[in-house]
Design a protein. Structure first.
Length: 132
């Protein structure tokens, strides 16, 4: 299943815009919560990491990167983790209006890796370049 990252109306996001990508991860073992997650964009799956753009997040919030807002433990989501990745305007502008494949991978406290989402994204070209 390929997921497209698009607006609610199905239109693409715009290069140069800030973009928050939120995903819930179900089926988290409550005794093995998520401690780190990566969002990676590449022109092709065979491109080495970090690809065109890679964001890593933990439970500590970092402006311009994001945060694991629920780790899936008993007291913090009870089996459902919530991820927030923040792409800055500079990030989306650097990506431009090309097609990218992406995936989201998580690591649990026991060191287990799991790919929880993947798909494609293409941004529309920026028209207004004003920043203030």
């Amino acid at each position: 299943d390929m997921t497209l990252i698009v607006r609610d109306d199905g239109s693409p996001y715009i290069a140069g815009d800030d973009l928050d990508i939120e995903r819930d991860v179900t089926g988290v073992t409550v005794t093995d919560p998520i401690v780190e997650a990566w969002l990676t964009f590449k022109l092709a799956p065979t491109v080495a990491d970090p690809g065109s753009l890679q964001k890593a997040i933990t439970t500590t919030p970092v402006a311009g990167s994001g945060q694991i807002t629920q780790d899936g433990s008993v007291s913090d989501g009870n089996g459902t983790a919530s991820l927030l990745f923040q792409l800055t305007s500079a990030d989306t502008l650097a990506l431009g209006s090309l097609w990218y494949v992406y995936d989201i991978q998580v690591e649990t406290s026991d060191g287990k890796l799991r790919t929880v989402d993947g798909g494609a994204m293409r941004l529309s070209a920026e028209i207004t370049g004003a920043t203030s």
